[in-house]
Structures are given as C-alpha cells and as structure tokens.
Ligand binder design. Structure first.
Ligand code: SAM
Length: 261
C-alpha cells in the first residue's frame, strides 16, 4: 500500500469555506475494515467485469459524441476502479473525489501515472461539498460506482441535484451501483450476493471481512440506504434528466445512465 504522505502527488483537500451547516451530512461507512481490504470485495462480485464493461462502453460513446476533451468527475472514487475506466479513454480528464483517506491512498497508488500525465487529480472531500463548489454546467460527465446506495435519502437527493446542476446541457451521468428491483426478486438477488460473500470469505482467515460485508449488506436494506431502481429513476427524471436507462443489470448491480437536457 502506498503511503500518501510520501507521495509526490498527495490528494488535494477541498478548500475550507464551503461548509453549509444545514447541508445533509454523510456517514463514513468505509472508515473501518472495508477500506483496509477493499480489494477483497471484488472477489465476491463475479459480475463486476460486465458492469465495468458497460460503464466503459458508455464512456466511449459519450467521448466520441462529445468532440474534444471530456471533463469528468468520479464521485466516491475509492481506490480508483471507475476512475481507471474513465482514464482508459484518452479524451477524458478526471477529478476523483472521496472523503475516505484510506481509499484515497489506494487511488493514489493505483493511478499515479495519470496524475503525472496531468489527466487526473484526486480530491479528499465530501462529495456534496465538492460538487457545491463547482460551477453550473462545468462538467461533461459525472460517473460513480457503488457510492449512491451508501448515502442517506436526503443526502442522495441533494447529491443527485448537484450532479444535475454541475453537468453541462447534454452532459451524462453514469452510475454503476446497487439498484434494488421492486418486490421478491430483490431478496433473491440479496440472497445470491450474500452467498457469494460466504463462498469467497468463508475461511477463518477472512471471517472479519465476511462479517463486515454481511452487516454492510443488511444495513443497505434499511430505509436509510436501500436505493430502489424505480424510485431513483423517478427522482432523476423529476430533476430534469432525460434518456434515463438501465443499460446493464446483473442481479442487484446495475448501470444507470441519464442525460442532462
Ligand atoms: C463501495 S466504495 C466504491 C469505490 C469505487 N467507486 C468503486 O467503484 O469501487 C464507496 C466509496 O464512496 C466513498 N464515499 C461514500 N460517501 C461519500 C461521500 N459522502 N463523499 C465522498 N466519498 C464518499 C467511500 O469513501 C468509498 O471510497
């Protein structure tokens, strides 16, 4: 693991002064064990490659139609999985934003060469606070992976609204995330996913990771986190997004795209 204090390109911190005491607060659900071994999450996610492929496909299509350079923001960049997909297209410059220092360290280690090439900056900041500092229509593409379901409904609503505001007209929002389907099928999806975690981490060496992820999934089911596909589509449409579509779904994982009119 890279020590960010020794990095020649430490993550920048969002400037002070944007604090709004009435803004919804975010939890830091990745401050503990989950970020220590975030890489292990992928072991229990057999569909991730397909989901990432769908994200890349959307990025390529958007960049082709966009013309010159694409200004992209990756909300909750974590260790940089979605950021790397964005950077794979040479037309795309990225700002990765995350509020968890341990995840930022991993992103800096993984993506250092892009920082050196001037195509990436990584900002340690709360997502809502970062977005609030960006100008109207200042971003072409907002992408995110497995972040929005971690947000409480009021924070999520505020973040969706900020994504809409910072996107230029015609800009694209791509979100790969856990989007629950209505009804019984979601519980089948959940059961399947929990089973994958037991398969991946059922040995005693990783029992703490197993416990942390199972508890995280239980919390995700509560009203403070569950993100229903139907509700999210309605919420985004009400903000003015058009051409909303789930372009890929595997169990509870889905890629949602929405364009700013
Ligand atoms: C499940 S990880 C996803 C990481 C990465 N996007 C991926 O696709 O693997 C969720 C990330 O969102 C970050 N996060 C959660 N809430 C946030 C917030 N309010 N502001 C900024 N980052 C946040 C966490 O620190 C964590 O790194």
């Amino acid at each position: 693991m890279v020590d960010s204090s020794k990095s020649p390109h430490p993550a920048s911190r969002a400037p002070e002064g944007a604090d709004n005491p009435s803004a919804p607060k975010s939890e830091r659900r990745f401050a503990g064990k989950l970020s220590d071994r975030y890489d292990l999450w992928r072991v229990a996610r057999p569909h991730l490659e397909t989901i990432h492929g769908a994200v890349s496909d959307q990025v390529t299509r958007f960049a082709e139609a966009n013309g010159d350079k694409v200004r992209a923001v990756d909300i909750g960049c974590g260790d940089g999985a979605i950021t790397a997909l964005l950077l794979d297209d040479e037309r795309v410059d990225v700002v990765g934003v995350d509020n968890e220092p341990k995840m930022i360290v991993q992103a800096l280690g993984r993506l250092r060469r892009w920082i050196e090439l001037g195509r990436l900056s990584v900002v340690e900041a709360d997502a809502l606070r970062y977005l609030a500092e960006q100008g109207d229509g200042s971003v072409d593409l907002v992408a995110s992976g497995y972040v929005f379901h971690n947000l409480t409904p009021d924070y999520r609503a505020a973040a969706f609204a900020e994504v809409y505001r910072v996107l230029r007209s015609g800009g694209l929002f791509i979100n790969a995330d856990k989007y629950a389907r209505d009804g019984e099928v979601h519980y089948q999806d959940l059961k399947w996913q929990i089973d994958r975690f037991f398969e991946a981490f059922g040995d005693t060496e990783h029992i703490d990771i197993l416990r942390a992820w199972v508890l995280h999934h239980i919390e995700d089911e509560g009203p403070n986190h569950l993100m229903l596909e139907s509700a999210a589509l309605t919420e985004l449409e009400a903000l003015g997004f058009v051409e909303l579509s789930i372009v890929c779904r595997r169990r509870m994982d889905a890629v949602l795209v929405a364009r700013k009119a």
